[in-house]
Write a protein that binds this ligand. Sequence first.
Ligand code: EPU
Length: 417
Amino acid sequence: MDKLVINGGKKLSGEVTVSGSKNAALPIFVSTILAPGLNTIGNVPFLRDINTTIKVLESLGAAVEGNGHVVKIDTANVNSVEATYDLVKTMRASVLVLGPLLARHGRARVSLPGGCAIGARPIDQHLMGLKALGADIHLTHGYVEAKARKLHGARINFDMPTVGGTEHLMMTAALATGETIIENAAREPEIVDLANILNKMGARIEGAGTDTIRIEGVKEMSPVCYEVMPDRIEAGTFMIAAAITGGDVKLRNMKPEHLDALVFKLLDAGVEITNKDSVLRVRCPRRPTAVNIKTRPYPGFPTDMQAQFMALMCVADGASVITENIFENRFMHVSELMRFGADITVEGNSATIKGVKKLSGAPVMATDLRASASLILAGLAADATTEVSRIYHLDRGYESIEKKLAALGADIQRVKE
Ligand code: EPU
């Protein structure tokens, strides 16, 4: 197993190019099931979760060829309708193949994803929506078995704005007969990206990015070439890397408008951010000041940036309160951050962080993807040496993070444990 060794205290400077978005690429790959033939997807990040998605598609009969950041997916022969536990347990998003397989073949059998380090993460809303579209659903032996002779449009009102649920039903309804309206839909940019590729394939979707999405079902969809949007969470992580090291970093290939909530909070904390021709420059000449955040569905502050922001607040001047509203167990990084000397107390879903002047490097363990990122950020700011182990979580969602940080002047190395 690999670990990262960081000698902290270096101010980051220079330019970094943001990779394609993991959370947009995963459903986009799945959407190719709906468009039989050769789809070409560009700006794909090199990540373990992408490889897992490729394995899922191959297990269904797709032929996949990767060439750098361009991946060709031929879904003409997607004839299997089963996604097994082995694949779904390594990546929950695999469950998104259920609806598209059902829409294409009239039946599907997909393992139920289990719990997850950050919360229970049920898929009841996905299943409720599929039933509304006419699917007959049974849970047996840990699998969801779905059948439908014909899917039809329906009005769906989510209990909460779920990203995966919105994506799942948008894809499935694209090939149903008649109109589907999704109310209380999630509004994340990744949903807009998915709607864009689906519309390019021939779907008729309106309102993606708002809380009401209308889908007029079409009979068939055709393969396309499409570029994945930039990863807003990777971009946000590098913005905090610049801020926490007192650095000066320019970010390329990103959409600053996707990060408004984070930008406002960083400005509030005294970080200097300028946007010229979509290149974002982040500077932090002084110690940041403490600010409070509450995670919310988009356009609110993203839960996927909460752990990284907490790392920054650990060295801020003053006390801040961070409230996690999306996942019930997303404070696993707290006890690891405290190993750096951070002063954090947790009560319910709120953490109070009293900033300290300096963190001290320590051996720590990553527990999930974004927690891993927060530990790296703390290590970059800490004195002496930090070792982050269990970084396989990191490889799921950050492309070559240690190489990108090293190019900005960080002293960071991947070593075998
Ligand atoms: N929820 C339900 N029932 C459902 C669906 C969701 O109760 O049927 C709950 C969840 O348990 C959670 C909340 O609703 O409490 C929001 O979950 P959502 O469905 O929006 O999350 P997701 O689709 O499973 C995606 C991202 C996550 C990100 C969340 C929230 C992907 C592949 N994953 O998950 O990304 O945290 O949206 O923005 O897009 C990450 O990249 O590190 C990551 C965890």
